[in-house]
Every structure is written in C-alpha cells, then in structure tokens.
Design a protein around this ligand. Structure first.
Ligand SMILES: NC(=O)c1ccc[n+]([C@@H]2O[C@H](COP(=O)([O-])OP(=O)(O)OC[C@H]3O[C@@H](n4cnc5c(N)ncnc54)[C@H](OP(=O)(O)O)[C@@H]3O)[C@@H](O)[C@H]2O)c1
Length: 191
C-alpha cells in the first residue's frame, strides 16, 4: 500500500515496482494464491506455478465468459464431490479454481493444513473479508502518496511488526504477525 493506504486505482496497481513483483513471485510460487474476481481481471491471466483461487459470487456465469476460456485458464473439470465440500464451484486442469464460498474454503484449508501456504493477495474487498483470519501479513509499503479507489484495511491494532524483509529507495516489505486471536485459522496475506 502507499503511505495513504492506496492499493489500487481504476482497477490497476498505481505503481510499477519490478523488484516488488520479484519478491511477490518468490514468496508465493508453489503455493495457493486467493484473489477477488476484480484483481484476477486486472492481472488478466493466472499467476504461473501457483494454484489460482478466484473468488466470485457468480462462478458459473463467469466460466462462460471469454476471459475464462480454456485457452487462458485451462479446461474445466467435472466437479468432484470432494471439491464441492471445499466450497469449490469449478476448477480447471491448469489449477485455476473459481470459488463462491470463501469462508468454507478458508475453513477447509485450516482443517486440512496442506504443505502449501494459502496467500490472500487482494484486492480491497477480499483483504477486508479475510484479513481477520490471517495470522501473518507481508506488506509492501510504497513511500509515496497516490490517488486511488481501493485501500488496505486497518490492521495496526491486531498485528505487530516483526521484521523488515526488504528495503529499497521506493518501498519496503514489512512482515507482521497477529497479536490477537484470528477469527479462525492461519492463512497468510500479502499485499
Ligand atoms: N497493491 C496491491 O498489492 C494490490 C493487490 C491486489 C489488488 N489490487 C488492486 O485492488 C483493486 C481491486 O480490488 P477490489 O476491492 O475492487 O476487488 P477484489 O477484492 O479484487 O474483487 C472483488 C470481487 O470479488 C468477489 N467477492 C468479494 N467478496 C466476496 C465474497 N464474500 N464471496 C464471493 N465473492 C466475493 C466479487 O466478485 P463478483 O463481482 O464476480 O461476484 C467482487 O466483485 C484493483 O485496483 C487492483 O489492482 C492491488
């Protein structure tokens, strides 16, 4: 986020920091990345080498749209009983999932605790919804004020800073840990 808490403007991130992208890639590769439908659309394609979980209230309608065509995200697979229990509505053979019930998914993740981490990667609606369930937060703070329409939620009373993992002239990556009891479980957020 910027110094005035902005994370997005007009559906995009209002800065370009390749070093931060590299850091984000290193942190999340091999893991689950969960994002809101609008964030997925702003990225435009699945993040490679990660399970992309896209949250939407209308998965079946989205699955019929051009940008969710097999050429971009893989072929839709038949729904399995197990995936249904996880709140998964649709998934592809390229490991892209469309999920309607985000709480069900987070709860299932906590119960199963797979080897791979679940990273909540935005945007504003999804951070607001799931930050209460996060045990850790990796936050890039960009050293400027920018105009925008998507903001990172207040978290300062619930997390403590434990380290600064990367610092450049333009930004730093802060690692926070929750000091209050999470709403449930231990997913991670990175912004
Ligand atoms: N700086 C950063 O690190 C960073 C990271 C990520 C995103 N961003 C920016 O953030 C902005 C997007 O954030 P946003 O808040 O507008 O959108 P968002 O959180 O990415 O996505 C919102 C969408 O998620 C779905 N959704 C939200 N809550 C849901 C729930 N409880 N159950 C099921 N589906 C739910 C809905 O999709 P449907 O409408 O399909 O139902 C909703 O329209 C963009 O500007 C993006 O560039 C910045």
């Amino acid at each position: 986020m910027s110094l005035n808490r902005v994370i997005g403007a007009d559906g995009a991130i209002p800065w370009h920091l390749p070093e931060d992208f590299k850091w984000f890639k290193r942190l999340t590769t091999g893991h689950f990345v969960l994002m809101g439908r609008k964030t997925f659309e702003s990225i435009g394609k699945p993040l490679p080498n990660r399970t992309n979980i896209i949250v939407t209230r209308r998965p079946r309608r989205l699955a019929r749209e051009e940008r969710f065509a097999p050429a971009f995200i893989g072929n839709w697979r038949p729904r399995l009983a197990r995936s249904y229990q996880l709140g998964l509505t649709l998934m592809t053979d390229r490991d892209v999932w469309l999920v309607r019930d985000v709480d069900k998914l987070a709860t299932a993740y906590e119960q199963v605790r797979p080897q791979r981490e679940l990273f909540i990667v935005g945007g504003a609606q999804i951070y607001r919804r799931l930050l209460p369930r996060c045990s850790e937060l990796f936050l890039t703070v960009v050293f400027r004020e920018v105009e925008g329409d998507a903001f990172f939620p207040e978290f300062e009373d619930e997390f403590e800073l434990i380290d600064v993992l990367l610092r450049t002239a333009d930004f730093e990556v802060r690692h926070y840990r929750r000091i209050t009891t999470p709403a449930a479980g231990s997913v991670r957020a990175t912004c």
